[in-house]
Design a binder for this molecule. Structure first.
Ligand code: NAI
Length: 308
């Protein structure tokens, strides 16, 4: 098994560290445009192998896509992150050019890879990838909803005083502060609806905290987060590598599902060895469907910028 990660910055390096520690592949390639960065981070991580006991061989290169040849999974984290006060959407101009060329280079050497898109604005970058990759839609997965769902569970567990492991909760829609939809109606604690334990005001607060979960971190850290994004990518890679059929929220191409077409948006999907295998219909009520449609409108506006 071979995995390549493009972008050896905060998120890319954390993904690599998570993947190596979980022993998900024999070979892991880290690429970056910045001279020496991927080489250095790969070497630093290799020097943890004797301490944390993994056998993955991690190598880093500057723009050497030949080294990524025949990867089974490729992860795209290259691009600029947001700064405090910025929305993910403001990154589109710079990141679209980067993602387009990176995808082209990757697929030239690994035409059969499952592609995981992380760069923001992720929904639009996933759509851009799908438009340019020329590969089956099931092999293009945007990472956003799984991270937002983890943040949702974090806030829920704090309010409930319970372990996040005992929670089921999912965020669908766009991966933006105003476009994501934490589905509180579906959130459960050991199969009991969380609304049985929390007041309406608490539920509302948790939903709004989740929606600005990324922005809260950006304000605190000065740039966007990396630990939870890295762990979220690892879960997706693990589900592909071990064909786990995990049901998680990811950004995928919709063709009529959830009432939308010609767009990539976060929905519950099953992830296995071939990428996303199935979209699960959560039977949204009228209000949730209206929110989903609004989210799609906002993401579609972003996608339209690509055409100009
Ligand atoms: P970073 O600035 O730490 O790392 C980005 C890396 O990409 C840099 O090392 C840079 O040299 C490299 N890069 C730029 N252009 C490149 C190119 N053409 N080829 C190869 N490498 C290139 O940024 P960070 O924090 O790692 O974030 C990366 C991206 O991931 C950002 O767009 C950020 O907004 C996004 N992100 C997405 C999340 C999600 O949930 N989808 C969560 C967190 C971040």
């Amino acid at each position: 098994m071979k995995i390549t990660i493009v972008g050896a910055g905060a998120v890319g390096a954390t993904c690599a560290d998570e993947i190596a520690r979980a022993a998900l592949c024999e070979e892991l390639v880290l690429l970056d445009i910045k001279e020496g960065l991927a080489e250095g981070k790969a070497l630093d991580m290799m020097q943890t192998a004797a301490l944390v006991n993994f056998d993955t061989r991690i190598t880093g290169y500057t723009n050497n896509y030949a080294a990524s040849a025949n990867s089974n999974v490729v992860v795209v984290t290259s691009g600029i992150p947001r700064k405090p006060g910025m929305t993910r959407e403001e990154l589109i101009g710079t990141n679209a050019g980067i993602v387009k060329s990176v995808i082209q280079n990757l697929l030239q050497h690994s035409p059969d890879a499952v592609v995981i898109v992380v760069s923001n604005p992720m929904d639009t970058m996933t759509y851009l990838t799908l438009q340019n990759a020329g590969i089956p839609k099931n092999r293009v997965i945007g990472m956003g909803g799984i991270l937002d769902s983890a943040r949702f569970k974090c806030y829920l567990s704090q309010a409930l005083g319970c372990s996040p492991h005992d929670l089921n909760a999912i965020v669908i829609g766009g991966h933006g502060d105003t476009t994501m939809i934490p589905l509180i109606r579906y959130a459960t604690w050991n199969s009991a609806p969380v609304s049985s334990f929390l007041s309406e005001a608490q539920c509302k607060q948790i939903v709004s905290d989740t929606m600005v979960g990324g922005a809260t971190l950006t304000k605190l850290i000065g740039t966007s987060a990396w630990y939870a994004p890295g762990a979220a990518v690892r879960v997706l890679v693990e589900s592909v590598v071990h064909d786990q059929k995990r049901l998680v929220s990811c950004c995928v191409a919709l063709d009529g599902e959830y009432g939308q077409k010609d767009i990539c948006l976060g929905v519950p999907v099953v992830i296995g060895k071939d990428g996303w295998e199935k979209i699960i219909d959560f039977q949204l009520n009228e209000q949730e469907q209206a929110q989903f449609n609004k989210s799609a409108d906002a993401v579609r506006k972003m996608n339209d910028i690509l055409k100009t």
